[in-house]
Design a protein around this ligand. Sequence first.
Ligand code: SF4
Length: 221
Amino acid sequence: MADRPRLRRITNRLANEYGRPALRPHRAPVDELVLTVLSQNTNDRNRDVAYFRLRDRFPSWDAVREAPFEEIEDAIRPGGLAPTKSVRIRQILEAIGEDDLLWLERAPLDEARAYLCALPGVGRKTAACVLLFSFGRPDVPVDTHVYRVGGRLGLWSEKTPLVKAHDELSRLVGDDGEFAYEAHVLLIRHGRRTCVARAPNCPECPLRRMCPEGRRRLAHA
Ligand code: SF4
């Protein structure tokens, strides 16, 4: 089982390579929920275009909740999967009603996570995005890059279910929100720039001496 000092060594090396990211909680959990729905199966740019079109079209989340699906769909079309995402966004807004979700900042972490995961279509990654980016709470979203890089580094076995990878990374960061944010952002950067899916650049990777998968690949090179 990986330990916290090892994860710290990993994030320190990655910070030397890519810069250390700064956590800036925005305290807008409903915005984050909608943004995360819009991020599914698209890139950041298209997600943002869809999000800002939605905000421009409707004056409030109440207005989105009461809007016909077709109007929401039209606003978010640049983000892809608009028919599915429009339904999901409205279902979530209907489920939370007038609640601004600011109570999630002080609720016990398990309770806050369980509340979010009970919303329509919300899983561990979305819940962790809301808790970490809105409030700096120590929950780590595990996306495809974090999952792949963490598996190669031996933070979990490559057959570990995604939900268990969330549990493991959250255990490793403990109650440190800054550490959670650094781990999330740096593992994504590394997964996009060096430890890419098909051909990871192990010879030039700053983690190659501490990575079981990198050592295996370099030994066979
Ligand atoms: S050594 Fe290779 S497999 Fe390991 S983290 Fe670096 S790029 Fe990924």
